[in-house]
Design a protein around this ligand. Structure first.
Ligand code: NA7
Length: 547
């Protein structure tokens, strides 16, 4: 008998994904006494950290802040080796959690959810898996991650390359030996910026194909210091609580002044100080870097100056400098010796805005007038972010409407948690929530807590169905947009805007109103009887919408 044959065909909840969202859901659903099944496409837990095994992969949130807060014992016991954890260690942590809380028996690995359809007659979801099974569930929780649908570059001949090709988001588990090889890498986003220095050390020669230069701040990761760790652990409860109410879910000092409030000398000193500390917190050196074009330009210019100092070849330095979008409006990167890598003899930068890639051939890449020969190609070309993974599942709601149709002009959600017409389907860190603009651990916990409380409430009051009201959703979408357009973010062609995927609607997808403010809104809505949600049940018609 196969594993799934021994599992019930009907459950209270189906969870899609066993990353950090899925694992925490297992913990909470067990506590609620609900029956559930968890489907995971990978052969192990960890989600993003399971797939993104490229060399140099590392979290840009400090390790002491990038962990679960729901068990004081767990956070006391676990020890991080560095201030910013490398991917293998985060994956180890995910596995540790799965084992420590005996979660694996709940998870069905190597199982892709292919379709999910809501049946209005029974108020249940029918979920089809790649194992050929159909499972019936009252609730479907999409814990599918924001960056889980990798995209290969759409370049003529991409399939023809005879050597091995690797996408950073689907890296082989056994690793890759580039020793002595001629390697080409396409893309210069966060993944490439982390991978390039490591690959360059190993490869015979590395050619980087850049379409858009990125701003990056040195991460300056260091081995964990015992005193620092102790200080965190002694203050964990209080600090976690502060983090939950901040703008981005992180614990660090955010300046309360504008870059325009200080003299140019003082501004320079503050930027230098932040550059020396390292990491993406550089963007909190002043309180208006995301909203004031002049302040932002001062920060951008500071980083450009650093790149000019680091990169010896002047022409290469200029090519590496972002000039046409504000700093931070494409995700700011944190690197380990990225710009220094261009001083190596075995590394070459090709700016494809000057030398466009014409095609990929069996032996290499034709760009401009040149043919570059390679033994291996790396695609660091990113993801169909935030909506890609959901839209790859054939999801049908009321009246057979597909999610693809509903979101044709961009994602529409209420709070990033539900979408009207798709009752009983929740999204963890969905579009319209802070998600990728925050410390994901904090946002994941907030959503999982909110959804679990909601399920407990529904059960208590005998409601069978919860659904976002269209009017509430429309108001939320308008609010998400309004807040986004008060910032500089929409000025960049970023994956936040869907701009990296041809034909994808340009909509600013995450909610930039702040993690703390967002939490307060979600809590207030729940406290007001789930305002903006319709609820119905076989026994009672309840819900604030009927107020
Ligand atoms: P990103 O940030 O989307 O970066 C992808 C990179 O690939 C970026 O430099 C793109 O240039 C480039 N790209 C994409 N398609 C092409 C083609 N066809 N030709 C040339 N260059 C291309 O993905 P990452 O994996 O680096 O990071 C994603 C997130 O993961 C990151 O923000 C962290 O949150 C973790 P473009 O900028 O679009 O011109």
């Amino acid at each position: 008998m196969s594993k799934s044959e021994s599992k019930p065909a009907a459950v209270d909840v189906v969870v899609v994904g066993a990353g950090f969202s899925g694992l925490y859901l297992i913990h909470k659903l067990r506590g609620l006494g609900l029956s559930f099944r968890v489907f995971e496409a990978g052969s192990g837990v960890g989600g993003t950290w399971y797939w993104n095994r490229y060399p140099g992969a590392r979290c840009d949130v400090e390790s002491m802040q990038y962990s679960y807060s729901w068990d004081p014992q767990l956070q006391e016991e676990w020890r991080w080796s560095e201030t910013f954890a490398p991917q293998p260690e985060i994956l180890k942590y995910a596995n540790h959690v799965a084992d420590r809380y005996d979660m694996r028996p709940h998870i069905e690995f190597n199982t892709l959810v292919e379709a999910a359809e809501f049946d209005e007659a029974t108020n249940r979801w029918s979920i089809k898996t790649s194992q050929g099974e159909t499972v019936s569930a009252r609730f479907c929780i999409m814990a599918t991650g924001c960056l889980s649908a990798p995209r290969a570059p759409e370049i003529e001949g991409v399939e023809s390359f005879a050597g091995p090709t690797y996408h950073t988001g689907q890296w082989p588990h056994e690793g890759v030996d580039f020793s002595g090889k001629r390697v080409g890498i396409i893309g210069t986003g966060s993944s490439a910026i982390q991978a390039i220095p490591v690959i360059a050390e190993q490869a015979g020669h590395l050619t980087v194909f850049q379409r858009t230069p990125n701003y990056s701040i040195p991460a300056r990761t260091t081995p964990m210091n015992d005193d620092y760790e102790r200080e965190w652990k002694d203050n964990y409860a209080a600090r976690r609580e502060i983090m939950r109410h901040t703008a981005a879910g992180n614990f660090y000092e955010r300046a309360a002044i504008s870059a325009g409030d200080v003299t140019p000398e003082e501004r320079q000193r503050i930027f230098e100080e932040r550059w020396a500390i390292g990491g993406t917190r550089f963007m909190t050196a002043f309180n208006d870097l995301a909203t004031n074009a002049e302040s932002n330009e001062a920060a951008a210019e500071f980083v450009r100056g650093k790149i000019r100092e680091i990169v010896k070849d002047k022409a290469t330095a200029e090519r590496l400098i972002a000039k046409d979008y504000p700093i931070g409006t494409k995700r700011i990167c944190a690197d380990s010796h990225y710009f220094e890598t261009y001083n190596r003899d075995n590394v070459r930068l090709v700016d494809i805005t000057e030398e466009p890639i014409h095609r990929i051939t069996p032996t290499g890449v034709v760009a401009g007038a040149e043919t570059h020969e390679f033994d291996a190609l790396v695609y660091a070309t990113g993801f169909d972010a935030m909506t890609g993974t959901l839209l790859r599942i054939d999801i049908k709601g009321r009246n057979g409407q597909t999610l693809n149709d509903k979101w044709e002009a961009g994602p529409r959600t209420y709070l990033g948690l539900m979408t009207a017409g798709f009752p009983n389907m929740f999204m963890i860190t969905g579009p319209g929530s802070p998600s990728v603009l925050s410390n994901m651990m904090v946002s994941i916990e907030q959503h999982v807590d909110w959804v679990s409380d909601c399920l407990a409430n529904l059960t208590r009051q005998g409601s069978e169905v919860i659904e976002a009201e269209l009017a509430a959703e429309d108001a939320w979408v308008a609010h998400v947009n309004e807040v986004a357009y008060k910032t500089l973010y929409p000025k960049a062609a970023s994956w936040y805007m869907g701009a990296n995927v041809e034909g994808k609607p340009r909509v600013f997808m995450p909610y930039i109103g702040g993690v703390g403010a967002y939490r307060d809104k979600c809590d207030a809505i729940a406290a007001a009887g789930y305002k903006g949600f319709l609820m119905q049940g076989p026994r009672a018609a309840v819900g604030a919408a009927a107020e």
